[in-house]
Design a protein around this ligand. Structure first.
Ligand code: FAD
Length: 422
């Protein structure tokens, strides 16, 4: 990119460096855009500062190079574990920090806001929601201290199947109890971080759909020890995809799981996994908020510096207004994200807020991504600006972990009481 570097001059350097004067990194040059303006509890500033400090050791070049190789950010993940950020939700009694989902969401937001991608690690946070709320004392004793010490990772959750898609209650993977073990057969798809995790939460049918009163009954969740399972009934096949997201097809062929790995009561797994799903949607909303601020800041900076027709392009309202619009949308989505996290932490129902937060934040970050790319003109397409990478990364969240239409369906039926369509 010699031509581009010459043309853009010092801009490339300034944009790729972690400039302490930009709000993406917490500087004070633009205090009005420093953080979310409303509602954000001040008590998280310490967490923000510490995570930003860690992230500064992993600049854009690091994530760009990892993305180009489709590799896993090992050094970054090790640093997060070492600093205790991935055990933030584990109670102090088990060696963690005992923070709630709100704090966890701030950690994830800051990773994305610093230019990284929390998709490499967020599974540990939302799976913790399931294990903490529904796991037995023995399971917590067995796994939590090792996870807190960084010896075990619980980064994967296996729900989606190729034939049933969003229609989760029709899953065909079965777990049949036999001689003190569950024998699992079936297939999952798009199961992330399996190659970089030790444990996985699995949703399977333990009672056939035809034999239950309600379709959400008869499913159970299990802890699968991937170290024992892979090659002994579980086959993992990586899926090449748009983003650098380690994700896989899983084939279960008489995989045996010890009975004690069942989480909670048999048949109630769908209810338990909802805690994990609500936590996941809230965390991903926070990641989208982080992405959104990153895009707005890059667009703001470029529009202030790029001179065309003898003036900064940001002086044109056609350039400035879409950036302002993107910022407004992110700020609004952020309010719903904190509301969802607050309700989750207070053990109150939060399904509507978690879904709406994910919807609003994913939409806002995608719009911000589009505006950022457009503001940069041709340079937005250059790998070394990192915009195309973040653009691909944030697009995922309109589809996963729940697609936009399914959020509409949830709100229509469960919030507005409209007739259910499926
Ligand atoms: C990179 C990546 C990582 C993932 N990681 C995980 C993971 O770790 N664990 C896991 O379990 N899953 C994971 N997923 C799966 C993800 O949750 C699903 O892709 C998502 O829930 C959508 O399901 P589907 O792909 O089967 O789409 P489908 O259900 O086939 O839907 C396809 C399209 O049709 C629409 N649609 C379907 N039914 C209706 C309807 N009734 N009304 C209106 N519109 C409808 C959907 O909104 C969607 O746009 C991941 C996916 C990706 C791409």
């Amino acid at each position: 990119m010699r031509r581009m570097s010459r043309r853009a001059g010092g801009r490339v350097r300034a944009q790729n460096a972690h400039d302490p004067g930009t709000f993406a990194n917490g500087g004070a040059r633009h205090p009005s855009t420093h953080t979310a303006m409303f509602n954000e509890p001040d008590e998280h500033q310490e967490i923000r500062d510490a995570v930003r400090h860690l992230c500064r050791q992993f600049p854009d070049e690091y994530f760009r190079e990892i993305d180009a190789r489709k590799a896993y950010p090992e050094r970054f993940v090790d640093a997060l574990i070492e600093a205790g950020w991935l055990s933030a939700m584990i109670p102090e009694a088990y060696g963690g920090t005992g923070l709630g989902l709100t704090a966890a969401s701030v950690i994830m937001e800051e990773i994305n806001r610093s230019g990284g991608n929390a998709g490499a690690v967020h599974g540990q946070m939302y799976n913790m929601g399931t294990l903490l709320r529904s796991g037995s004392a023995a399971q917590k004793e067995k796994y939590l201290p090792a996870i807190a010490a960084g010896k075990l990772r619980i980064q994967s959750m296996a729900v989606t199947e190729p034939t049933t898609g969003s229609d989760t209650t029709k899953i065909r993977t079965t777990a049949v109890k036999r001689d003190g073990r569950y024998v699992v057969n079936g297939q999952k798809v798009w199961i992330s971080r399996v190659q970089h995790s030790d444990l996985m939460i699995l949703l399977a049918r333990t009672t056939p759909l035809a034999e239950v009163r309600k379709k959400s009954e008869g499913m159970s969740i299990f802890i699968v020890d991937l170290r024992e399972a892979i090659g002994r009934g579980l086959t993992v096949k990586p899926i090449a995809n748009l983003v650098n997201h380690e994700t896989n097809e899983l084939f279960f062929d008489d995989l045996e799981i010890p009975e004690e790995n069942l989480i909670g009561e048999e048949g109630c797994g769908f209810r338990y996994i909802l805690d994990g799903l609500n936590a996941e949607r809230t965390l991903i909303a926070a990641e989208c908020i982080g992405d959104g601020y990153w895009f707005v800041e890059r667009a703001r900076k470029y529009a202030s510096e790029r001179v065309v027709f003898d003036r900064p392009i940001g002086r044109n309202q056609g350039v400035a207004f879409p950036i302002a619009d993107a910022f407004i949308e992110i700020e609004a989505a952020n309010l719903m994200r904190f509301e969802a996290a607050r309700l989750f932490d207070e053990m109150k129902p939060c399904g509507a807020q978690a879904n709406m937060a994910k919807y609003l934040a994913a939409k806002a970050s995608w719009e911000a991504a589009n505006v950022c790319l457009q503001t940069h003109g041709g340079f937005g397409f250059a790998n070394e600006y990192d915009i195309e990478r973040k653009f691909r990364e944030t697009r995922l969240y309109q589809v996963a972990p729940i697609s936009t239409n399914l959020v509409y369906a949830y709100v229509a039926e469960h919030v507005l009481g409209l007739p259910r369509s499926f």
